[in-house]
Structures are given as structure tokens and as C-alpha cells.
Design a protein around this ligand. Sequence first.
Ligand code: SF4
Ligand code: SF4
Ligand SMILES: [Zn+2]
Ligand SMILES: [Zn+2]
Length: 313
Amino acid sequence: MVGGGPLTNPRQCVACRGPRTDGADTFYMTCGAAECLHAVITNPEKPRCSGCGCLLRDSELDEGACESVACKVVALNLRIEQEKRALQKWTDDLVAKEVRAHAERHELSPEAIYVVVVEGSEGEIAPYSPARRSRFIAQLQSEAKKAEPILLEYRASGKSAAQSESEDIQIPSPHPTSERQMLLDRRSLDVCGACRGGCCHRHGGDHGFVRSERLAQTSYTTHQTLAESVRDYVAHLPEYSCKSGCVFQSSSGCSLPRTKRADICNNFICGGLRRMRAQLQGREDCTILVVAVRGFEHLHSTLLSSPDDLHVA
Ligand code: SF4
Ligand code: SF4
Ligand SMILES: [Zn+2]
Ligand SMILES: [Zn+2]
């Protein structure tokens, strides 16, 4: 490459990094010194800084930038962009391959398959360590303390139990009563089942989102004391759970009943699912292929050929 990419420092010699003077060698973007010219002419393939275009030293090759902070930012953004493009290409290729394979296996037209790509979960399922269990109980007890005034407030305001429960189990939708919308909600739950709780794996941690507000709501609607609610949540811990995911994430999904899950668990919709809900309007009953990935890793794919009919690959 002749010259540089002078985005961040156009007045710098690309070889010695000293200042260039007006009229000095503009073609090669050096200061005009013989050794700088020589360095540029004899190293046409030497990697350049992504920001200012100067010749990189060996220690700078990995980063792709010289010591300038502005150049490091340019190089970092470039790497992020390249990685995004590479991931998109890898995902597109994977989706095309999976659609072909599933269409062939189930004698379907590839065009008839709607694809949802999700960041899935395939964490290791293992028995609880006593430390994890104790951590969960301790933090639940601390949330129960915070829940006392909230519960008192609920009881004083007489919030209806039915209202609390119905709020918990709805995926928000613009037309909650239409049949199509109900079908879309059902399909969404199927997709989450096929995904195996990617969001639970990423965000559930040792708390499962059981915060003070949730404990107060549960105690209020079930007429339990907070201590009883705490015991109830502990009793719902599965024997085996996803080691690096949520405490309630078992091999068969969430071990909590929907009414005991936090609002965020009942209402969260990831990007892939949100897109599906927008794009499937009018063809809610079509065949859906859920492709679960994590980074450049293909975790699993599941064909949902009808609301009740699953074919797992
Ligand atoms: S919202 Fe559903 S589909 Fe999306 S990551 Fe969570 S479980 Fe998977
Ligand atoms: S409580 Fe259940 S739904 Fe909520 S993050 Fe944990 S496993 Fe997922
Ligand atoms: Zn120079
Ligand atoms: Zn630079």
C-alpha cells in the first residue's frame, strides 16, 4: 500500500511518526528523510495503522493500531465491524444449510419455513453445590426483608389477587384477545421451549429474578407469610440446574410455575422472537425453524411444524 489512511493524523510521517512539513514528500506521506522513504518503499506489504496509516511496529500488529488513542479506537471499531460481518455471514450460511436439511427431511418447501435465530442455551446441567444453594437462600431472605413494607402496602390497598396473577402471565400484545394473537403467543412459548432458555442462561444467575416485589406479590396472592413464600421458592429449586445459568433452569425448562416467576421472566422477548412476532402476522401457523447459536457455535435446531407438533433435530 502506498501512502497511508490518514484518518486520525494526516500531518504525521508514516515511517518515523514525526511531523511532516509542507512540501515534504506528499506521495509517500513521509517527512522526506531518506530512511523514511526507504522504509516505505521497501516495505509495501507491511501492515499499516488502521487510523493514521503509519507503518506498524511488531508489538502493534495484533491491535492493528499505533500508540495514538484515536487510532486504537478506529482499529477497535473496525475489528468489531469485521467480526459482526463474519458472524452474520456464518449465521446466514448456517441458516441456509439448516433450512435445506430440514426441508428435505420433512418434505417441505424451503420457502415455507420461517427461521428464528436465537442465542440459545446449552449450559452444563449439574446438581446444586451447597454453596450455590446457600447463596440463593441468603439473598432470598434479604429480599424478603425488603418485601415486608411492600406486602403491607398491598394488603392496605386491597389489590385484587386475580389482577396480580393475570398481570404475571401475559406476553404483552397489541390485540390480546384476537385468536391470531393467542396463536402467536402460543407459538412464541414453543419457540422459547425449543431455545431452551437462552435468556435464562445469560441473565438468571443465582437470583432467578426473585426480588422483593415478586415475593410480596406471591405472598399477597397466595395468602402466605413471606417466610412461607421463601420456603416455597426454595422448594422449587430443581435437583439439577444449569451450572452457568439461572438457579431455576432445569433440563426441562424453568422449574417455577409462571405465577411465581418475575415479571421480566414472563414478559421478556428477545430480538429474534420480537422479529418473529412482527413478521408472522397473518401466517402464525406456519412451520418455524428455531436455530440456536452461541457466537460461532451451532447449539441445536428444532422444527416446529405446527403448534403441537415438534420434530427435534
Ligand atoms: S425469549 Fe425465548 S427465544 Fe428468546 S432467548 Fe429467551 S427463551 Fe430463547
Ligand atoms: S426463573 Fe425461570 S424464566 Fe426466570 S430466568 Fe430463571 S429459568 Fe428463566
Ligand atoms: Zn519520517
Ligand atoms: Zn495510528
